[in-house]
Design a protein around this ligand. Structure first.
Ligand code: A2P
Length: 319
């Protein structure tokens, strides 16, 4: 089983605009981040690579001190496209290997050549009238075998999956020759996912949680309401007062203290520093339990909702 070496706090790169991205990555590395969570679909891998290159050039860190994750997009699930997609990501990031490469969603979509559109995103022929999302008949088994070949080729150290549920994870474990080292899922105090996390850990798979601050990430996308912020919960505020930290630090500390890696995104230097300063205080068992009991199985990032709302296609994967 792969050793878990993922730094517990990474910088999530989703929704960081191209014009800010290189500087945010550089600043993050400068203030101590050693884990970057990238993806083809975020559309900013060239700029992520520029930020990394700047930090390495200035001697702030060496390549081998960084943990760089990226993700295979839905349109590259066929066996002949997996390596092409990885090579494009590596070229964009200006790296010769990834620490971790993950299947972004258990959703296969028709191939889109790079020169036609990159990143391809969700819509098939987005310019056409009534454009919608299409799916393609590619079994995840085929995709996983192609991911395994990337490890054998020395292009990625580890492989894993995102947005898998327990059933898919059990299935994957039944056929994987190279076991997944990582599972990345949405999790925060309103979506604690205890059973899935327990299952993954039982398999020796490390868990990284995205959207560790919950609703905040989804306000700008109109996929959540400001009233859904976990930062205003009494138990969070009370713990923040006791440990003399911010409510965000309490929620993020809860995330790492339960044994997961977290990848909060911020473009602001003060928050980048705040979000990584989680290791000089602890939450009590009672505080951990009280925060966990805020769970309401509230999923903000749900293809079963957004694919229909934004891409005219009903495509649930968790139900
Ligand atoms: P910003 O980039 O303006 O700091 P995600 O859940 O995808 O990681 O996104 C986190 C969201 O919460 C972003 O919108 C980010 O906005 C904001 N954010 C990040 N860190 C903090 C913090 N410490 N306190 C409050 N908001 C934060």
């Amino acid at each position: 089983m792969a050793e878990n070496k993922i730094p517990p706090v990474g910088l999530g790169l989703w929704k960081i605009s191209k014009d800010q991205c290189a500087d945010v990555v550089y600043q993050a590395i400068k203030v101590g981040y050693r884990h970057l969570d990238s993806a083809c679909d975020y559309g900013n891998e060239v700029e992520v690579g520029q930020g990394i290159a700047q930090a390495i050039k200035e001697g702030i860190c060496k390549r081998e001190e960084l943990w760089v994750t990226s993700k295979l997009w839905n349109t590259y699930h066929k066996k002949e496209h997996v390596k092409l997609a990885l090579e494009k990501t590596l070229a964009d990031l200006n790296l010769d290997y990834l620490d971790s490469y993950l299947i972004h969603f258990p959703i296969a979509q028709p191939f889109v050549p790079f020169e036609q559109r990159y990143p391809p995103e969700w819509l098939f022929e987005p310019e056409s009238e009534n454009a919608s999302m299409l799916t393609a008949p590619v079994p995840l088994y085929e995709t996983w075998q192609a991911m395994e070949a990337l490890v054998e080729d020395g292009l990625v150290k580890e492989i894993g999956v995102c947005n898998y549920n327990a059933g898919l994870l059990n299935d994957l474990m039944s056929y994987a020759k190279i076991k997944p080292s990582a599972l990345q899922i949405e999790s925060h105090p309103y979506l604690t996912q205890e059973k899935l996390i327990r299952l993954a850990k039982g398999y020796g798979i490390s868990v990284t949680t995205f959207s560790p601050l919950g609703a905040l990430s989804y306000l700008e996308l109109q996929m959540a309401d400001a009233l859904e912020s976990v930062l205003t919960q009494n138990v969070v505020i009370a713990a923040a007062k006791r440990v003399d930290r911010t409510p965000a630090q309490v929620v993020l500390r809860w995330g790492v203290q339960r044994g997961c890696a977290i990848i909060p995104k911020s473009t602001k230097l003060a928050r980048l520093k705040e979000n990584i300063a989680l290791f000089d205080f602890e939450l009590s068992e009672h505080e951990m339990e009280a925060i966990s009991s805020l769970n309401q199985n509230r999923r903000f990032n749900d293809p079963g909702e957004f694919c229909e709302a934004a891409f005219n296609t009903f495509y649930p994967i968790y139900d």
